[in-house]
Write a protein that binds this ligand. Structure first.
Ligand SMILES: [Zn+2]
Length: 433
């Protein structure tokens, strides 16, 4: 028996990149809207006045007069094993890894620990309205098993991979080129495309992989049509200098990955702050994407992401929280910081572009726009109900806003997990405040 359910509320979703079609053409907004879901997919979206008469009298309609429905948020770069080290003080990237990250990741050889953190991590994502994420595991194969098992419970569309790391890290966190290839392959065969799950081949970043390991990562990527590649790129200036020392043959940082055949339509590079024109060009040419992680870039003092450069070169961009370098699981707070990063470069990030980056833009970066990213008919029913009365300040400020774009901007500036009233994945409620 298929099941029909409807939600009546204000609804907004993006249908294109505002950079390409202009802000007005980039979104649909229904002030008194209706979303109809059949089983796990969107069956209809529109004005309540038009859709209400199409429903049988026994169809369940949930009414949220103070709500705003958006697509579920998409986080294109996050580390689940760093959940418990969020908010660690005082370091930039390379010392931060040694001081905080590596000791924490060492705990994930224990599957019970990994599963406990994975469960809490997913709960936190859902409390914040994030329904899909591209996620780092640790070097331990069991860390990925634990993550996917936890994701399956909620039927979430999630992407994860085992870290490949064979040098410049403590012994308890290193694998070898051969074991990393073999274990990644086994994980792909077990988990990739199982239900809503996907696998990402995940070298941590160039400095912690030998040439041989990167070569095998590239080989593995080319053995499958649709697995992902997920790594870091040009986050911090000392890191960039180190990469030049370690790989003297490479033209630039991206070229290290390029030489090892790691650029593809399903390759996502976190950060990409200090890039030259030829790197943007090559990212565009290969259909690779960048994850823009503003809270992390500010917190670890890495630098300001140049969204205009990525747009100029037509590089796909999604938003990333980069927890635990990032300081919030909330996509609303991540967009708040993104706005400030762009302000510091004397430009504006419009609320519609922000919504796009956190939803449809992220889906496009992950090549999943036919399944998630907006509320188009036939897509999977991953959505969020925001609450205009979540806090006294939100309530009073939103009462004064003069339209949906301003309201959206206020949500992104003042909103956080408290603003998320409910989160749905494939039509099922996975979080309710
Ligand atoms: Zn990261």
């Amino acid at each position: 028996m298929s099941q029909l359910k409807a939600w009546r509320s204000a609804i907004i979703h993006c249908i294109a990149d505002p950079k390409e079609v202009g802000v007005e053409q980039a979104y649909e907004y229904f002030e008194d809207g209706m979303l109809i879901v059949k089983d796990d997919k969107i069956q209809a979206i529109g004005h309540a006045a038009d859709l209400l008469p199409t429903l049988d009298c026994d169809t369940l309609v949930e009414h949220h007069p103070d709500g705003l429905i958006t697509p579920g948020f998409i986080d294109t770069h996050i580390h689940y094993p760093q959940t418990d080290m969020i908010g660690s003080y005082g370091e930039q990237l390379l010392t931060w890894l040694n001081t905080y990250t590596f000791p924490e990741e060492g705990k994930f050889h224990d599957k019970t620990h990994a599963r406990d953190v994975a469960d809490r991590f997913l709960k936190e994502l859902l409390r914040n309205g994030t329904t899909t994420a591209l996620v780092f595991g640790t070097v331990h194969k069991v860390s990925v098993d634990a993550f996917f098992e936890a994701s399956e419970v909620h039927n979430l569309r999630m992407i994860c991979g085992k870290v490949m790391m064979d040098r410049n890290a403590p012994d308890f966190l290193t694998d070898t080129p051969e074991t990393s290839y073999q274990e990644s392959k086994e994980l792909i065969d077990t988990w990739h495309n199982k239900g809503r799950l996907h696998y990402a081949i995940t070298p941590r970043f160039a400095p912690t992989s030998s040439d041989e390991q990167l070569k095998l990562a590239g080989k593995l990527l080319n053995e499958y049509d649709d697995v992902y590649m997920h790594t870091h790129l040009s986050e911090n200036k000392d890191e960039c200098a180190w990469v030049q020392d370690l790989f003297p043959e490479s033209k630039n940082y991206l070229d290290v990955y390029d030489q090892h055949k790691l650029l593809s339509e399903r390759s996502v590079f976190a950060h990409g702050i200090h890039l030259c024109d030829s790197e943007y060009h090559r990212l565009h040419e290969t259909g690779s994407a960048i994850a823009f992680c503003p809270t992390s870039n500010l917190f670890i003092g890495s630098g300001l992401f140049k969204l205009n450069k990525a747009e100029e070169h037509k590089v796909n961009v999604g938003m990333g929280t980069d927890v635990g370098g990032g300081t919030s699981f909330s996509m609303l707070q991540t967009l708040n910081e993104a706005y400030k990063v762009i302000q510091l470069q004397n430009e504006n990030l419009s609320p519609i572009k922000s919504l796009y980056l956190a939803t449809l833009g992220g889906a496009k970066a992950l090549r999943l726009e036919d399944k998630i990213g907006n509320l188009a008919v036939g897509t999977e029913a991953d959505f969020v109900i925001l609450d205009k009365k979540a806090t006294p300040l939100l309530s009073s400020r939103l009462a004064l806003s003069k339209g949906i774009e301003e309201s959206l901007f206020v949500f992104m500036t003042l909103g956080d997990d408290r603003a998320i009233k409910a989160t749905y994945s494939a039509g099922q409620c996975v979080h309710q405040r």
